[in-house]
Design a protein around this ligand. Structure first.
Ligand SMILES: *Cc1c(COP(=O)(O)O)cnc(C)c1O
Length: 481
């Protein structure tokens, strides 16, 4: 048993890693150049059943690492292709992907400090920087976790523990009066899911209607609060959006903070999409008031161009970060009070083992500087305005001027209204997908089904906007015939 068998040794051979790595990086760089040159499809769409059968037929034997990985790359949606204008997912900074490779090699799970002697302090530095970027006061803090959905759950668990008026963690969700929060009618679905996970059922979310600009105003929250009186539910918080998913609208956070303060409610701001706007001198006013939120969720895998997933859950009073999972695990966490073990980040997240996700953002900040991100975001937003203007000129309906980098629009052939208009736009979106040269998505707005584009790729140029509009006009005419 003393000798390592050849099959095991070969798989771990540093020289093999070196050779594979060089070939892979060369192949990926060539692929990236091809995407940037607008070669190939934006989305290599195949019907899911056909794709499943094709990949199953590949089998799970006789692979070759680099060839296999490039096969995956070519069959994937090409986020780096400037004709992808769809979901809120960026083409990640290539350097951040390299940082992720290093983090994967190190595999420091970082639930406890000695399993992340570099990753833990780097995460704390990144969290401090994010709190500072939002203007949160001294004493703010938080944690990185895997995605905005888990982030919203973490923040609202802390809210409940802090504001329920009874010890939910110890006594259970139903040991006190039934609770609720006021939620924007445009909130991300993860909020409704969180409230149900917490055991609050349908009544846990009291919906407040957004205004014509899709913003949750204090007046709407007050109306919802009044309506909740007598419902038997104790309202403990308000959930606002800073960059709502459907339209990219930003709720007026200052007036919501005033109201939350007056009514002693927890204010949670879901800034998963829009948090990055804090880095833009031109647009950061959209976040005015966020520094008064009790909790904030901010996805770095959206406007900060990180590979998924890197989400910050930030608390104005950093100690709240320990309330979401107010639990002791004696085999892991050494001391008895959070203040003594602030370095054991696993106390603040659902995750036990966690990817060293701060490393990629930390290196990106050091290499490019925060100002670079502001420049990227300004360009994304300017391109979104450019797209909206071109669509209007081409006769599309754009119900809202874009606030950030999200544009909703629909094709309106003469005389087509109501359900037929929805069906037409759904058919158009399907045609775009099946064609594959461009990628856009769709969303349901109060006025009906709309097409939707989020400008994430800072390498998009005005000619790509022109080409998308021309493509939609052409396919839109074909849908009609
Ligand atoms: C994207 C998004 C989420 C969900 O975040 P994931 O990282 O995809 O889990 C939540 N809220 C808003 C406003 C979002 O835009």
């Amino acid at each position: 048993m003393s000798e390592v068998p050849e099959a095991i040794r070969a798989a771990y051979d540093p020289e093999r890693f070196r050779a594979d790595g060089h070939r892979l990086i060369d192949a990926l760089a060539d692929q990236l150049a091809a995407w940037h040159a607008r070669e190939g499809l934006a989305v290599p769409w195949r019907p899911p059943a056909e794709a499943r059968a094709a990949w199953a037929a590949e089998g799970l034997e006789h692979g070759e690492l680099v060839a296999d990985l490039m096969k995956v790359a070519r069959a994937s949606t090409a986020l780096a292709h400037p004709r992808v204008m769809a979901h809120q997912v960026p083409p990640p900074l290539p350097g951040a992907a390299l940082a992720e490779l290093v983090a994967a090699m190190l595999n420091n799970g970082m639930a406890v400090a000695e399993m992340g002697p570099a990753a833990v302090p780097i995460e704390l530095a990144v969290i401090d920087w994010m709190c500072g970027a939002l203007g949160l006061p001294a004493g703010a803090g938080g944690v990185l976790t895997s995605g905005g959905s888990l982030g919203n759950l973490t923040a609202l668990l802390a809210m409940r523990q802090a504001h329920a008026g009874f010890d939910v963690w110890k006594e259970g969700a139903h040991a006190g009066p039934p609770l609720a929060v006021i939620v924007s009618s445009d909130a991300h679905y993860s909020i409704a899911r969180t409230l149900r996970i917490m055991g609050w059922g349908d009544g846990g979310a009291i919906s407040a209607q957004v205004d014509a600009e899709h913003r949750l105003t204090a007046a709407a929250v007050e109306r919802a609060l009044d309506a909740a009186t007598g419902s038997g539910r104790r309202v403990i918080g308000i959930v606002a959006s800073a960059g709502s998913t459907a339209t990219g609208a930003f709720d007026p956070l200052s007036e919501l903070a005033d109201l939350a303060q007056a009514r002693q409610l927890w204010l949670h701001v879901d800034a998963a999409h829009g948090g990055g706007v804090a880095l833009s001198a031109t647009h950061r006013h959209l976040l005015a008031g966020i520094e008064r939120a009790d909790s904030v969720v901010w996805d770095a895998h959206k406007l900060l161009m990180m590979p998924a997933l890197v989400t910050a859950v930030l608390f104005k009073r950093g100690g709240h970060a320990f309330e979401a999972f107010a639990q002791q695990a004696s085999y892991l966490f050494a001391a008895t009070t959070p203040a003594e073990t602030w370095w054991d980040l696993g106390q603040k997240t659902l995750e036990c083992t966690k990817r060293a996700m701060a490393v990629e953002l930390w290196t990106a900040l050091r290499v490019h500087g925060a100002g670079w991100f502001g420049q990227v975001i300004d360009r994304q937003i300017a391109l979104a305005h450019g797209l909206a203007a071109r669509l209007r000129v081409a006769g599309f309906e754009v119900p809202l001027a874009p606030t950030s980098n999200i544009v909703c629009y629909r094709h309106v052939p003469a005389g087509v209204t109501g359900p037929a208009l929805d069906a037409h736009n759904r058919a158009l979106r399907t045609q775009v997908l099946e064609d594959g040269r461009f990628y856009i998505v769709g969303t349901q707005l109060p006025g009906g089904f709309h097409l939707r584009s989020t400008i994430m790729n800072p390498l998009i140029e005005e000619r790509d906007l022109d080409d998308l509009v021309a493509h939609l006009v052409e396919l839109g005419a074909r849908c009609r015939s």
